[in-house]
Design a protein around this ligand. Structure first.
Ligand code: ZN
Length: 459
């Protein structure tokens, strides 16, 4: 009797452990993207990487404002970029040897998403529709390999390696990028976008990485990069995707990841984008104070795995907007992801022009005449250094026009108010303000808000 009772307790105990493991598998969010792991690796060899990245985000934003200047009425950068892509299929089993049809459907999906030709733009909420951008980048299979021979752009490697995951939690090695370790060494990464397709599943996994990409880490004309690895010589540069995520409606794809958007997300990282929540180390305490450095994505605390339109993880004091789950750089990919924003688009093109300069083949020049706005507000740089100068400038056709600028902290407290004269720059010294998120509102003489801008002060 006692023995039976003991057996019963032991069995209950074991069942509860099994339940716990099961719950963990179901409820623990899976870190599907390896972006943070890649950033951590970069920081090991370049500890000030985030500061450097913030710095080029600032430069890119200033360039963006310049490109929108009222002094120009033709968009200066009107080129359609075309990027040659090679898919390295590293397979150990028949199912890992992804078909040409799936690879082509993936390429097609990338081309639809980056040109805003995807049919699912219809699901973008009306508040975000004006921000959705044609990035004017397209992708084509490489037709010449690094030796000058003709290629299909799909390179198949039969490997003895069954998986590139290293444990049940989603960690991985990068042997898929090394020929002598069962992978394929990159084709010249300054000339090709290398996309490795391989197995990232570990047996009985709890977490899994669906994909990861190397962000740009060096610019040849920046002195601080002299000792850093340049993209042009970094053989790790490129995108890695789990083979089940390739293409549209892949029968092996996990639920909620069947639309081929994982590749779009990872190519976004490869072209310099961060996650829209800004990748805070501790989202609960820091999330709303860490930004993605892109002004036209709303503030978000952490990743979203669902498309719930009521999700609003950071309540901004003024002109609050919900999380932009429509953005490819969030985690809820199927069912809602359908857009990059205008500034994300500018950022990716900035990366092509400043970091991955050997890569794009410039093909078509658009002759898009763009009507310049009657009034254009420039607030820069964003992010601003906490002991720096924030500039506010309203361009108008009327020099006599006046405006009112008000700066709020993230609790809605008004901390600065000043009248602005059209076409005259106003400088705000930020030395007295704490690091964090602020909002600036510009009103016209009738009191109508015509500009709201998120302002980030960082170190
Ligand atoms: Zn990511």
């Amino acid at each position: 009797m006692q023995t039976n009772h003991f057996k019963y307790i032991l069995l209950s105990f074991l069942l509860s452990i099994i339940n716990l493991i099961d719950l963990k598998a179901q409820n623990t969010p899976v870190e599907i993207c390896g972006y943070q792991a890649e950033i951590d690796k970069i920081i090991q060899r370049q500890p000030n990487f985030i500061a450097i990245q913030n710095d080029w985000y600032r430069k890119a934003y200033e360039a963006y404002l310049e490109s929108q200047s009222t002094k120009r009425n033709i968009v200066a950068d009107t080129i359609l970029y075309e990027i040659p892509v090679v898919f390295h299929v590293i397979y150990n089993t028949v199912s890992q040897n992804v078909s040409n049809a799936l690879i082509l459907s993936q390429l097609n999906e990338l081309n639809l998403d980056f040109r805003k030709l995807n049919a699912d733009t219809s699901r973008i909420r009306s508040i975000f529709k004006p921000l959705a951008a044609d990035i004017r980048i397209r992708f084509k299979l490489a037709d010449i390999d690094p030796n000058g021979n003709a290629t299909s752009g799909i390179n198949r490697i039969n490997s003895s390696v069954s998986t590139f995951a290293t444990n049940i939690y989603g960690n991985y090695n990068e042997d898929m990028k090394i020929s002598s370790n069962g992978g394929q060494t990159a084709w010249n990464p300054s000339k090709y976008l290398n996309i490795w397709i391989c197995n990232m599943e570990y047996p009985n996994y709890i977490g899994i990485t669906y994909g990861f990409a190397t962000p740009p880490t060096g610019s040849p004309n920046w002195a601080q990069f002299q000792n850093a690895t340049k993209d042009s010589s970094d053989p790790k540069s490129g995108v890695v995707l789990h083979y089940k995520l390739i293409g549209k409606n892949n029968s092996l794809a996990p639920a909620n990841y069947k639309e081929g958007n994982t590749a779009t997300h990872e190519v976004g990282h490869y072209l310099g984008l961060r996650h829209i929540w800004g990748d805070a180390n501790n989202p609960n305490s820091q999330g709303c104070n860490v930004d993605d450095g892109i002004f036209d994505t709303p503030n978000a605390r952490d990743k979203n795995y669902s498309c719930n339109p009521n999700t609003n993880t950071c309540i901004d004091a003024v002109d609050d907007k919900p999380d932009m789950t429509e953005n490819y750089m969030d985690y809820a990919l199927d069912g809602c992801a359908a857009m990059f924003t205008r500034e994300q688009g500018f950022m990716m093109r900035y990366v092509l022009n400043n970091f991955r300069t050997g890569l794009p083949i410039r093909t078509i020049k658009f002759d898009t005449l763009v009507e310049f706005p009657q009034k254009l507000v420039s607030i820069y740089p964003i992010p601003t250094k906490a002991n720096g100068i924030l500039n506010i400038l309203v361009n108008s056709n009327d020099n006599n026009e006046k405006f009112m600028a008000t700066l709020f902290d993230n609790n809605g407290k008004e901390i600065f108010k000043k009248e602005l004269q059209a076409n005259q720059k106003t400088e705000l010294n930020t030395a007295n303000y704490a690091v964090g998120v602020y909002f600036i509102i510009v009103k016209d003489e009738q009191g109508s808000i015509f500009k709201k801008e998120k302002v980030i002060l960082n170190l």
